[in-house]
Design a protein around this ligand. Structure first.
Ligand code: AMP
Length: 295
């Protein structure tokens, strides 16, 4: 099925209402495009939750900081539409910037606490941009099941919180992290990596495998897990934004004490050349990344 491509909020709102008529449920997958098989898997989960699936494709300027990759972020609408067609997506909403940020706009959605750690300090303003655009997209869609990936774990917690706090008629559905065969989490940004950089990037899933395996063998000491994580990522060419153990609910950083299954995770952000990659693993909840050469 070729999805209907809509460009305006008014058309998108009307299309979503039409799809919901007769009581059908709507599944929403918000994306920034450059779709990959991780996104396809989110679409399949949305189809399992609802009768109709809609996808949004919008490279949101307000979540990029100065000097980040907004301008060069891959924009591949034609192949994105093919991927959506293969996943039986009913409607693709790909708005221009002024549809989402009308002239004179001056409203932002800001969360306290949850954004104080991890990517919050590393990317000032990023989560205000994310929370604002996701709120707008959810308001334009109306009642739906919205699917988000656990790869962006902090973003997922932000979205769950804002849906609750703003009383939005949305059921948030979590999708596990999708990985390539070598263990690297799929990402639109992976296409920036040279072969050598990609080989270096495998240190990330290997580090998560390492600490996850230690936890599975009974290691519960946060300082020991933290030290193991840091040492697995100590490689030339790999610049750490952070490699932290944090609480899985409020994302506060943990440096001592013990961890219980599901209560904490390992969170990584690295820069390799000009590419920034993030990944995470919640101890006792997420499967270990399958890696060819575990560290
Ligand atoms: P993006 O287009 O990168 O903004 O991602 C759109 C949605 O897909 C977000 O909910 C992401 O968390 C999710 N996503 C992207 N990559 C992955 C992945 N490898 N595994 C699971 N979810 C993902």
């Amino acid at each position: 099925m070729t999805p209907r491509l809509v460009r305006s909020v008014a058309e998108f709102r009307a299309a979503c209402s039409d799809l919901r008529s007769g009581g059908a449920r709507l599944g929403l997958v918000p994306t920034m495009g450059a779709l990959h098989h991780g996104h396809q898997s989110l679409m399949r989960l949305a189809a399992a939750e609802a009768e109709h699936v809609v996808v949004t494709i919008f490279v949101n300027p307000t979540q990029f900081g100065p000097g980040e990759d907004y301008e060069r972020y891959p924009r591949t609408l034609d192949s994105d539409l093919e991927i959506c067609a293969a996943a039986d997506v009913a409607v693709v909403f790909a708005p221009e910037r002024a549809e989402i940020y009308p002239p004179g706009e001056c409203t932002r959605v800001t969360l306290r606490g949850l954004t104080d750690t991890l990517c919050g300090p590393a990317r000032p303003g990023h989560f205000d941009g994310v929370a604002t655009v996701v709120t707008k997209l959810l308001c334009a869609t109306g009642p739906c099941a919205a699917v988000f990936g656990r790869k962006d774990y902090q973003q997922l917690q932000v979205i769950k919180r804002l849906v609750t706090d703003l009383l939005l008629p949305v059921h948030v559905v979590e999708h596990p992290t999708v990985r390539d065969a070598d263990g690297l989490a799929t990402s639109s940004r992976n296409r920036y990596l040279s072969a050598a950089e990609r080989a270096l990037a495998l240190a990330v899933p290997r580090a998560l495998h390492g600490v996850g395996a230690s936890f599975a063998r009974g290691e519960r000491d946060i300082a020991a897990l933290q030290a193991q994580l840091a040492s697995a990522l100590d490689r030339p060419g790999l610049a750490l934004d952070y490699a932290a153990i944090a609480d899985s609910r409020d994302l506060s950083l943990l440096s001592s004490g013990t961890v219980e299954p599901g209560a904490a995770g390992a969170f990584i952000a690295v820069r390799i050349g000009k590419t920034r990659l993030i990944d995470n693993l919640i101890f006792g909840a997420d499967p270990l990344p399958e890696v060819s050469d575990p560290s």
